[in-house]
Design a protein around this ligand. Structure first.
Ligand SMILES: NC(=O)c1ccc[n+]([C@@H]2O[C@H](COP(=O)([O-])OP(=O)(O)OC[C@H]3O[C@@H](n4cnc5c(N)ncnc54)[C@H](OP(=O)(O)O)[C@@H]3O)[C@@H](O)[C@H]2O)c1
Length: 488
């Protein structure tokens, strides 16, 4: 399906030589080209410090597409794609040089999407440069990546900079999880199916688990990660965003601000983790050496440089979160994320309660309850485990668990990956898949107070062997409530 009409914007990418652009943005734009989702006349203006011509930049693009595209390049598409590119040599700290960018933009007098694929400390320079040449007019849009800061205070500084030069409805803060098909489907699944909608509350749901696990370690991001940690990198953004989508109330309309208003209510309802309850509600870990896919891997400290370095940075965190509102109070949400875990996966598990009055009580009480398993990656899809009578000549009470399965791969629908989807929504001006300023700041507020609490009580990460599901204490977090992690 081609969206119609496709709006005409020029896409200006700052940080054109960077990792994000090469690995994610260029392949996503190429895929959108191949699916005819980019306006015929859209130009892609790549801004960087390298002294490249547009042609040299296109050579670089081709090399990166060969490396990062998961399919063969179609050269008839690539030729159209590369004809869109203009390279603009610019160091953003030199505001006068934005004249060159203005010159390119004004040639076609186009509306612009500015994608800031740059470190946050460069944002004020970009904004000042754009302002100097009136390039931040109300028709323009600006896209920034998570993480927005590393604390409430730093996120406010970044948001203040952006807010000085752009209105909130021009700012698109990316959390790429919000572009994943299964995440998009969360609201449809919850609110379009009455049998789910009616049971999506504390009366029917026992507990929820969310796991975002990685096999990788630092992958060269040594300084960034050691000063950030897994909590700031993954929980503040992806995990809390998922939690809001799982728990938010039905918005009265499918509209960006109305949806985000509901998410904000959840962020305000998160029970604070304080120094009085932090030890009961979180487990921190740091990976030790071990094996991933049978290959030996080093410890975190070794990945940092050597084993004599001291670092309390957590590479794993499990948290028991409670949403303190009428719909959810008393339901635990167990969330965990870590590096060098047994396998890479992103999953939401919803455990339903057993009906204590059901006529199969003896049999059911010895079995697990109904489960909904939503897989965000790999193999996007969802599965519901239900009980059925075992066919044949057995006792009529003999039950088996079967699964109702839906897999996106098998559905044959046009499938956009997260960055393709998000680009498309920026072009369409749909902000519902982007994070509003108040969401970012409320999430940081909750994270900051949890981190202060664990520092206050001097909690340190526990070592866990690489290639496992994290420290044993993570299991205890659930076991003490009579529950277990779902480790597929
Ligand atoms: N990489 C990812 O997968 C990923 C994922 C999520 C979020 N992010 C976020 O996305 C942003 C970019 O990340 P990245 O990994 O792509 O970083 P990166 O590889 O370090 O690239 C940053 C780019 O910014 C350019 N740059 C820096 N200062 C500049 C200046 N004064 N003028 C012009 N260009 C300048 C650099 O140019 P030079 O090449 O000339 O140095 C480089 O090309 C960051 O905010 C990051 O947190 C990245």
């Amino acid at each position: 399906m081609v969206y119609s009409p496709i709006e005409l914007y020029d896409i200006v990418i700052f940080g054109a030589k960077g990792d994000l652009v090469r690995r994610k943005l260029i392949p996503a734009l190429y895929n959108l080209e191949s699916k005819q989702h980019i306006h015929e006349n859209t130009r892609i203006i790549a801004v960087g410090r390298a002294k490249w011509s547009s042609r040299e930049y296109c050579d670089m693009i081709l090399k990166n597409l060969i490396t990062f595209l998961s399919k063969k390049i179609d050269y008839s598409i690539f030729n159209k794609f590369k004809s869109r590119f203009v390279f603009c040599n610019l160091d953003v700290s030199d505001h006068a040089k934005f004249f060159y960018l203005k010159d390119i933009i004004k040639k076609k007098n186009s509306r612009c999407i500015y994608y800031l694929a740059m470190p946050h400390y460069t944002f004020s320079n970009v904004c000042l440069g754009l302002k100097k040449f009136n390039l931040n007019d109300c028709n323009s849009r600006v896209v920034v990546e998570k993480p927005i800061g590393i604390s409430l205070e730093t996120s406010k500084l970044i948001n203040n900079v952006l807010g000085t030069y752009f209105r909130e409805n021009q700012i698109f803060r990316i959390d790429h999880y919000l572009g994943k098909e299964t995440v998009l489907n969360l609201l449809s699944f919850r609110f379009a199916n009455l049998f789910i909608y009616n049971n999506w509350n504390k009366s029917a749901i026992d507990s929820v688990q969310v796991t975002l696990s990685e096999e990788i370690g630092l992958e060269g991001r040594v300084d960034f990660f050691n000063s950030t940690g897994q909590t700031r990198d993954m929980v503040q953004s992806h995990l809390l965003q998922l939690l809001t989508l799982i728990t938010m109330s039905k918005p009265y309309a499918v509209n960006a601000d109305i949806i985000r208003d509901e998410k904000v209510k959840i962020l305000k309802s998160l029970k604070p983790i304080t120094k009085n309850n932090v030890k009961d509600n979180i487990v921190l870990g740091q990976y030790h050496s071990g094996f991933i896919n049978k290959k030996p891997v080093k410890s975190y400290l070794n990945d940092l440089g050597n084993d004599n370095i001291v670092s309390d940075t957590e590479t794993f965190i499990a948290i028991k979160v409670e949403v303190d509102n009428e719909q959810w109070n008393g339901v635990p949400f167990y969330i965990r994320t870590g590096k060098r875990l047994l396998k890479k996966c992103s999953e939401i598990i919803v455990n339903f309660k057993n009906d204590s009055n059901n006529i199969f009580n003896k049999i059911l009480s010895s079995r697990s309850s109904n489960q909904l398993i939503i897989t965000l990656q790999p193999n996007e899809g969802l599965k519901i485990n239900i009980f059925n009578r075992k066919p044949g000549v057995y006792d009529s009470n003999n039950l088996v668990t079967n699964s109702l399965n839906f897999s996106y791969k098998k559905s044959n629908e046009t499938f956009l990956n997260d960055y393709e989807r998000l680009f498309l929504e920026v072009i369409r001006g749909n902000q519902s898949l982007f994070v509003r300023r108040d969401e970012v700041e409320l999430a940081w507020n909750w994270i900051d107070s949890m981190m202060y609490a664990w520092k206050d009580v001097n909690m340190k990460p526990i070592l866990y062997q690489s290639g496992t599901w994290g420290p044993d204490n993570s299991d205890l977090l659930l076991n003490k409530d009579g529950r277990y992690w779902y480790n597929n």
